[in-house]
Design a protein around this ligand. Structure first.
Ligand SMILES: Cc1ncc(COP(=O)(O)O)c(C=O)c1O
Length: 386
């Protein structure tokens, strides 16, 4: 084995629990996957057409490091219109390779070795890893089902030390579907001000909320100038394969992100930038159609899981349900493994998402309605046998 060549920072990362399940599921026939964290919809037609036109017209070159100004302008207008928060497109927005790169840039540009980042969990699997790769220390605050998977601001406050540099929020949340309340977010704002912290707010599911209002963190009083807002096109516009996202923040912080981006990827895919501009300008009806379909599936899956006897919080955003499987007497890992082997349904064990995820599994409803019906039937059989 030549593991000794791998740096200790990388060797210390645990492999993503999601990948492991995909790999097993890929070897089996007839699997219904509720494991996937991406829309099952193809990218809406006008966006695809804009991409094709872009390539045909010779847009096959780099763009400026921060991205096409046209897209940054469209994003600035979009954020102003939706949330009333304003960014200067020339110095306060950067176009990235997915929301993933925005996370990487934020961690790399902001963290010194040993800096602590407070993260309410369960959360997207990359948060802790990005902090560790940048030399920082993730400090997890578990969110609980009894509290609608919102965080308890008192627990965040208790975790703040002289080494705390940032608070990393991911709402609407993957994997729980929680949407943080305005009151909790205002408490974070107060703490950020009192302790001079930066807030990293990953709002990639901002448009996918159901009968609920998403609060854009930098729109809270005083927060624009200490927040890096991260977002993307993968989820809201079904554009995962285009690899396109963004970060927005005050110019003095943004310039650090641009510097890292400059030396790592230079510029995001040009074709995707043109397609994303079209998405912002003309794809709203498609977003609403997809949202309506997710909502239909959300109702089906939440009702179905609760009827099976797996207590499930009604998600308010994103496209995941997060049933409590510990009530069956199995831990989440065993539950997911056996469900896959015995009934060919793939879900992701909650412990992959950090503290607070143990005892739950993530079921994505970015899967066709009739497939969810079959998956629920199989899960019912499985749970009844236990
Ligand atoms: C909460 C969250 N943030 C960021 C991402 C990254 O998405 P992308 O890099 O495709 O924009 C994901 C993807 O699953 C996610 O769930």
């Amino acid at each position: 084995m030549r593991d000794m060549y791998i740096s200790s920072r990388v060797a210390g990362l645990k492999p993503s629990g999601i990948r492991k399940f995909f790999d097993i599921a890929a070897t089996m026939k007839d699997v219904i996957s509720l494991g996937i964290g991406e829309p099952d919809f193809d990218t809406p037609e006008p966006i695809v057409e804009a991409g094709v036109r872009s390539l045909r017209s010779g847009e096959t070159h780099y763009t400026s490091n921060a991205g096409k100004l046209e897209l940054r302008q469209a994003l600035a207008e979009h954020l102003e219109r939706l949330y009333g928060v304003s960014y200067d497109p020339s110095s306060e927005i950067i176009i990235t390779v997915g929301g993933s790169e925005a996370l990487y840039l934020s961690a790399t540009a902001l963290l010194n070795p040993g800096d602590e980042v407070i993260i309410p969990t369960p959360c997207f699997v990359s948060y802790q890893a990005e902090v560790i790769l940048a030399g920082g220390v993730p400090v997890e605050i578990p969110c609980r089902m009894e509290n609608n998977f919102d965080f308890d601001p008192k627990e965040i406050e208790a975790a703040i030390t002289s080494r705390t540099k940032a608070i990393l929020l991911g709402f609407p949340n993957n994997p729980t579907g929680a949407v943080a309340s305005r009151e909790s977010l205002l408490e974070v704002a107060r703490m950020a001000e009192a302790h001079d912290l930066v807030v990293l707010s990953d709002e990639i599911y901002d448009r996918l909320v159901y009968d609920w209002k998403h609060v854009c963190f930098p729109s809270l009083p005083g927060m624009r100038n200490r927040t890096v807002l991260m977002g993307g096109f993968s989820k809201d516009y079904a554009m995962t394969g285009w690899r396109i996202g963004y970060a927005a923040g005050p110019a003095d912080i943004l310039k650090g992100l641009v510097r890292v981006h400059q030396y790592t990827v230079m510029s995001s895919p040009t074709v995707s930038q043109t397609a994303a501009t079209e998405a912002l300008r003309n794809a709203e009806p498609y977003v609403q159609q997809m949202l309506a379909e997710y909502n239909r599936r959300r109702k089906l899956i939440v009702k179905g899981l609760n009827e099976i006897g797996l207590p499930t919080f009604e998600p308010r955003g994103a496209f995941y349900a997060f049933p409590k499987v510990s009530v069956t007497g199995l831990d989440d890992e065993t539950f997911a493994n056996r469900l896959l082997q015995e009934e060919h349904v793939a879900v992701v064990p909650g412990n992959s998402f950090g503290l607070g995820g143990e005892g739950f599994v993530r079921c994505s409803y970015a899967t066709a309605y009739d497939k969810i019906e079959i998956a629920l039937e199989r899960m019912r059989k499985f749970v009844n046998r236990l």
